[in-house]
Design a protein around this ligand. Structure first.
Ligand code: NDP
Length: 454
């Protein structure tokens, strides 16, 4: 019988890779992991976590204004970007340390360098720049690819003058003006953050809508509120080229006037990290979206190689990658086979205000179920009423008329993601609208609207 250096070699120490590595180790496997950047991956280092902290930090701009209506007298208000940035980055460092310790604590050997497959069982480890890893090859019985994705930068002249979400957390100073390319998650989240911090934000999208996959009513509401706050939107705008200027960039679009700004942020999607991994040498096949092709058990076409997370481009969300990593480790090393259900996954956009959603949009439900009933609550949260803030929340339940099952729930308003997590259990459990109606309201909350819609 062939003996290998490791039972499992994981490439990529992000959310999916770290979970798989430590669970496999817990099941008794001898595990190693390679990471060429920082342990923790996109979510912890340059994604969800620092972004959410910036959302909190930026929202004080409105909270401090509203505080006056609640009786507070405030002294001079001021905002210092380096303080927020450095505190956020220090928190990222802390989490990076915890993730690294977690690996060590679970006997997972970490190679802090780039790994490349030479064949289905052999991994070449490049010499690490900091000297911590010498050039070497190791062998493994099983391989897991968990290399994630990276921001897409378009192939057009001057594209390099823009930054991506990788760099945005490290800005020396705040720009006075910012063009954000794209109309998805990252575009709307950073539009909200930077607008609150006093930056003049213009969001430029190639299509005629934002957040295409979300329910139309929520998209319309976010657009209306964002415009009322002062964020500018340019739709149906193709990019031609980017030119540098003395103060920043000139974004030259195909139909329309060029837009000048101090900074350009590309937020036009993320591409799987499939390059320089030796996938071809190992015989691993890609799909038509240039992602690693896997089956329901996250197994590639090569018998001993699996892939989880964004590199497979199934659902680019951290909790999904974590589940895929857990399912892989339990199934392959723990003798407890299970697969991830990719249906009915809750999601949120941490825009201002945030959006949260689970299940089918109204349009999707009409296509799938024919007749649907839609219940909506369009209200001004009591906090906004007293603050004199004319921002309305919108909650929507989509119900299959034939069965009374709630097949979709959609919310925009303060704390919508916090509320929707619990609501997602009800939708996932296929509860009926009658079950919602039988539940007593918790008063006074925004969430009580969910059981009061008639
Ligand atoms: P999204 O997929 O959310 O949005 C991409 C946007 O860019 C869309 O408006 C799209 O337009 C546009 N676009 C796509 N390709 C091009 C192109 N070649 N030129 C110009 N415009 C283009 O991508 P993001 O970068 O915002 O986020 C990437 C992923 O990361 C998300 O899909 C999500 O899975 C994850 N993420 C999740 C977050 C969360 O859970 N809160 C937060 C941030 C990211 P069109 O609509 O026409 O396709």
């Amino acid at each position: 019988m062939t003996t290998y250096d490791h039972d499992l070699f994981v490439i990529g120490a992000g959310s999916g890779g770290v979970r798989a590595a430590r669970i496999a180790s817990g099941h008794g496997a001898r595990v190693a992991i390679a990471e060429e950047h920082r342990v923790g991956g996109t979510c912890v280092i340059r994604g969800c976590v620092p972004k959410k902290l910036l959302v909190y930090g930026s929202h004080f701009a409105e909270d401090l204004v509203d505080a006056r209506r609640f009786g507070w007298t405030l002294g001079d208000r001021g905002f210092d970007w380096p303080t927020l940035r450095d505190n956020v980055l220090a928190e990222v460092d802390r989490l990076n340390g915890i993730y690294t310790e977690t690996l060590a604590g679970h006997d997972v050997h970490l190679y802090h360098t780039h790994a490349e497959l030479l064949d289905a069982h052999t991994v070449r480890l490049h010499a690490a720049a900091d000297g911590s890893v010498a050039e070497q090859t190791v062998t493994a019985d099983k391989i897991l690819i968990a290399t994630g994705a990276r921001p897409l930068v378009p192939d057009l002249p001057g594209a390099e003058y823009g930054i991506t979400s990788n760099e945005v957390f490290h800005l020396d100073h705040l720009p006075r003006s910012l063009v954000i390319a794209g109309g998805g998650y990252i575009a709307n989240e950073f539009a909200g953050i930077f607008h609150e911090l006093g930056v003049k934000v213009t969001l430029v999208n190639r299509g005629d809508t934002i957040l295409r996959q979300y329910d139309q009513a929520l998209r319309d509401r976010l657009l209306t509120i964002s415009m009322a706050k002062g964020i500018k939107f340019e739709f149906n705008c193709g990019f031609d080229r980017i030119e540098p200027t003395n103060s920043g960039v000139r974004v030259v679009v195909k139909d329309g006037d060029p837009i000048e700004a101090d900074l350009l942020l590309w937020a036009i999607g993320r591409r799987p990290n499939i390059e320089h991994l030796g996938l071809e040498a190992a015989g691993v096949v890609l799909n038509d979206r240039h992602a690693v092709q896997v089956d329901a058990a996250s197994r590639t076409n090569v018998d001993n190689i699996w892939a989880v997370g964004d590199v497979t481009d199934r659902v680019q969300l951290t909790p999904v990658a974590i589940r895929e990593g857990q399912a892989f480790a339990d199934s392959v090393f723990g003798d407890k086979p299970w697969t991830v259900d990719h249906g009915c996954i809750p999601s949120a956009v941490f825009s201002n205000p945030p959006i949260a959603s689970v299940g089918l949009t109204e349009a999707e439900a009409r296509n799938r179920h024919g007749t649907v009933k839609v219940f909506a609550s369009d209200f001004r949260p009591m906090r906004n009423v007293l603050a004199g803030r004319n921002e309305r929340s919108l909650y929507k339940l989509v119900v299959d008329a034939a069965t009374d099952v709630v097949v979709g729930a959609h919310m925009i308003g303060p704390d919508a993601p916090e509320i929707l997590q619990a609501l997602a259990i009800a939708v996932k459990a296929k509860l009926t609208k009658a079950a919602f109606d039988e539940t007593v309201a918790l008063h006074p909350t925004m969430a009580e609207e969910l059981v009061l819609m008639r």
